[in-house]
Write a protein that binds this ligand. Sequence first.
Ligand SMILES: Cc1ncc(COP(=O)(O)O)c(C=O)c1O
Length: 404
Amino acid sequence: MATDLVAPGSVLDRARLDRATAHLDAPLAVVDLAAFDANAADLVRRAAGKPIRVASKSVRCRALLERVLAMDGFAGIMSFTLAESLWLARAGHRDILLAYPSADRAAFAELTADPKLAGAVTVLVDDPAQLDLIDAARGGTETVRVCLELDTSLHLLGGRLRVGARRSPLRTPEEVGALAELVQTRPGFRVVGLMAYEGHIAGVGDRLDGRPVRSRMVRLMQARARAELAARRAAVVHRLRQVAELEFVNGGGTGSVESTVAEAAVTEVAAGSGLYVPRLFDNYRSFRGRPAALFAQPVVRRPGVGVVTVLGGGYPASGPAGADRSPVPYLPAGLRYDPQEGAGEVQTPLLGAAADDLLVGDRVWFRHAKAGELCERFAELHLVDGDRVVETVPTYRGEGRTFL
Ligand SMILES: Cc1ncc(COP(=O)(O)O)c(C=O)c1O
């Protein structure tokens, strides 16, 4: 198809997307299937034979989760809430790892009352208090499959400097081993896996445009973090295998696939953002994905020379508030925000010479800063193949499911 001949972000690419969606009114969101499939294939290549568990939070569309799960190299879902996990299990998914602790008592009541759900969903535990919460919520006696989480953060200067997300309190083989023993001896629970997500490696780009010093610092930090984590993760897995029969050891994310799978102790890698390739995933040396998820906003007025206004657009991503959390105007190239207004709640002025070629009713294509959060803004994704929309599928939101 012509898609592969067209450089992403080019004038031709814009014409193709405009043509494919000409019959639709913006705002609208699309996923370019050629880019999506190429990104999926690249993740599989990088995973070098270890299975990829698809991170649902970074996709938030069942049709696209199912599309990747049908590809060789992907197996299982990494979910983000318990209610979501049960919904996916009811829809027939059999291997769902809930990667964040839950306090949803109603959902735990359902999980523990239904052997089908309890067999399909693994919940995350890093504290005995979570076991108490689950037991207090029980609606039945089904055994709960438990995954323990390891703190992956890097401690420097004798622990005075900490790099990495604040997630699990469990850091050492002893701490993980002790909690595993507790779980194993507690009726109604069984340890089946370990998860350790090195977000400071997987989620932090090491090739920042125009920032060579910072990029170098990130690389140094990540090299150190990788070495420290590889040794500790191996020791933790060794200890855990003395206590439990592990079905999986999960690690990593889109930005760390190669280094995570290179550890013998790791059996699978998680990834999701690398499918849509949002703006924050442009800054990695290890891979270069193709922007696959885009949204279009209509030009609704022209305030003056060198400026157009589009409807909506203010869809910031989570994380520390800053300019890098805003969507970026993508096509036509050369548009930028008005620094006084940024991406607006209901309308967004865009500045630049390219504005003068845009008429009322034309559209501007944007990339979101992160992956799945885009789907909280749109009920549907139009799937584009070449210069045609071949299918329109609901997002989680479109199915009436806003889990967070
Ligand atoms: C536990 C866990 N694993 C993996 C990932 C990586 O997901 P992605 O590939 O979408 O960056 C995340 C993202 O935050 C995560 O929280």
